[in-house]
Design a protein around this ligand. Structure first.
Ligand code: GLU
Length: 450
């Protein structure tokens, strides 16, 4: 049977919009991914016949729950918890937990959907899932964070497991939160299932280099892409949005490759330091003191602070690394960057550029390292953490870092080859989507209609 592929894809997208009303971020990723799969569907009409698209856009399971907790003043607070178990074709659901006031079902679904393709690209056996809460960790005491995490896990524990679903961190969830979550899981289950969570502390099954992995991976990928196009990071001006885990370690690795990182930000404002951002100072302010980035300008001579986060994209750079959150770069910021002759974009955050911005960059010949590929180093190293837990041993930092580097190079190769094979040479956005999709689609075909 002959299909009109464009029509089939549009129909699936329209259905998603009708069935998932108001979930704009979810619609955004569905549109971006599904359109890029059109050349695959031309070659594989069996995927249309077996409704692979209709199935892949529908999460296998969605869990929403009440998270009540008591603050330091004795007030009862109620947040909403989520876990979306999106696709388990190639392995147990895997993906982080995000604690941020902007979290809602649509955000978790967009993240979960992206995770399916990202995880597939790593080449490791992990399916896609995501979770979190609209809880805002900002300004909360350690005890409040602990009570919240305990309450969150008191429901979540029944839905996860090392062979079922393995959460990790994301925005607002780092080693401290994972520690409290793991403690509660262990207490309820009375079982030391180290591989039920990743991003753990080093004393109880965490992997060396997991903390650094996402940021390092972004730079390994960008470096590979630049080299392929006869460029390098050496001497390049780099601007990085964000100052969390991804941004910090991307900055550190970019500097190791000889780049000059001149600006970073948080949600309130950004700092410019023409002498190169002092990463140790950022770590001290952000990781240790948990303060705002404005502190940096107070402590570092020659640096300047500016209010407003998006202004960072007016800072001239060769390489822009959006490592903060989704939709950080829209068409206005994209135009500014292109006017300033940006050479490459490396997406450290999930979906940091709007679809319009990505199209504009590609049209103008800017190299784009898409999030699903470029930031896959974090979850890849989570999978390495699971392997180490299962083997009850731990690899050295160098061993993990070497494996991570190899994985990022393979992801670049896979994205490049898929783009070429399907008629989009140099378009790593399309290439990553196709390469990630093929493995999942083929697996779904072999596992039957489930
Ligand atoms: N939250 C990270 C991501 O977006 C890491 C997930 C994980 O390690 O499971 O990929």
């Amino acid at each position: 049977m002959e299909y009109n592929v464009a029509e089939v894809v549009n129909k699936v997208i329209e259905d998603v919009k009708v069935r998932n009303k108001g979930e704009s971020e979810f619609h955004q990723t569905i549109e971006e991914v599904l359109h890029s799969l059109e050349p695959v569907l031309e070659k594989h009409p069996e995927y249309i016949k077996e409704s692979i698209l209709e199935r892949i856009v529908e999460p296998e399971r969605q869990i929403m729950f009440r998270v009540p907790w008591v603050d330091d003043n004795g007030n009862v607070k109620v947040n909403r918890g989520f876990r979306v178990q999106f696709n388990s074709a190639i392995g147990p659901y895997k993906g982080g937990l995000r604690f941020h006031p902007s979290v809602n079902l649509g955000i978790i679904k967009f993240l979960g959907f992206e995770q399916i393709f990202k995880n597939s690209l790593t080449g490791l056996p992990i399916g896609g899932g995501k979770g979190g809460s609209d809880f805002d960790p900002k300004g909360k005491s350690d005890r409040e964070i602990m009570r919240f995490c305990q309450s969150f896990m008191t429901e979540l524990y029944r839905h996860i497991g090392q062979h079922t679903d393995v959460p990790a961190g994301d925005i607002g969830v780092g080693a401290r939160e994972i520690g409290y979550l793991f403690g509660q899981y262990k207490k309820i289950r009375n079982s030391y299932d180290a591989a039920v969570l990743t991003g753990k502390g080093l004393t109880y099954g965490g992997s060396l280099a997991r903390k650094e992995a996402t940021g390092f991976g972004v730079i390994y990928f960008v470096n590979e892409m630049l080299n392929y196009h006869k460029h390098s990071l050496e001497g390049k001006r780099v601007v990085i949005s964000g100052s969390g885990n991804v941004a910090i370690y991307a900055a550190q690795k970019a500097q190791e490759f000889g780049a000059n990182v001149v600006a970073m930000c948080d949600s309130a404002g950004y700092v410019i330091d023409e002498n190169g951002i002092d990463i140790e100072l950022i770590k001290q302010i952000k990781e240790v003191e948990r303060k705002r980035i404005r502190e940096y300008a107070n402590r570092k001579d020659g640096s300047q602070y500016f209010e407003g986060q998006k202004g960072i994209w007016s800072v001239k750079c060769d390489i822009a690394l959006p490592c903060a959150t989704q939709n950080d770069i829209s068409i206005e910021e994209a135009k500014l960057l292109v006017e300033n002759n940006v050479l490459a974009i490396g997406e450290g955050a999930n979906m940091p550029c709007t679809n319009e911005a990505v199209e504009y960059f590609l049209e103008k010949g800017v190299l784009v390292a898409p999030a699903k590929a470029a930031n896959a180093g974090g979850v890849a190293t989570s999978a390495l953490e699971m392997s180490q837990n299962s083997m009850r041993l731990s690899w050295t930092f160098e061993e993990v870092d070497e494996k991570l580097k190899g994985i990022m190079i393979n992801i670049f190769e896979a994205s490049k080859n898929a783009a070429e094979e399907y008629g989009h040479k140099g378009n790593y956005v399309v290439g990553a989507n196709i390469a990630g999709f093929l493995k999942v689609a083929e697996t779904m075909m072999s596992q039957g209609i489930i």
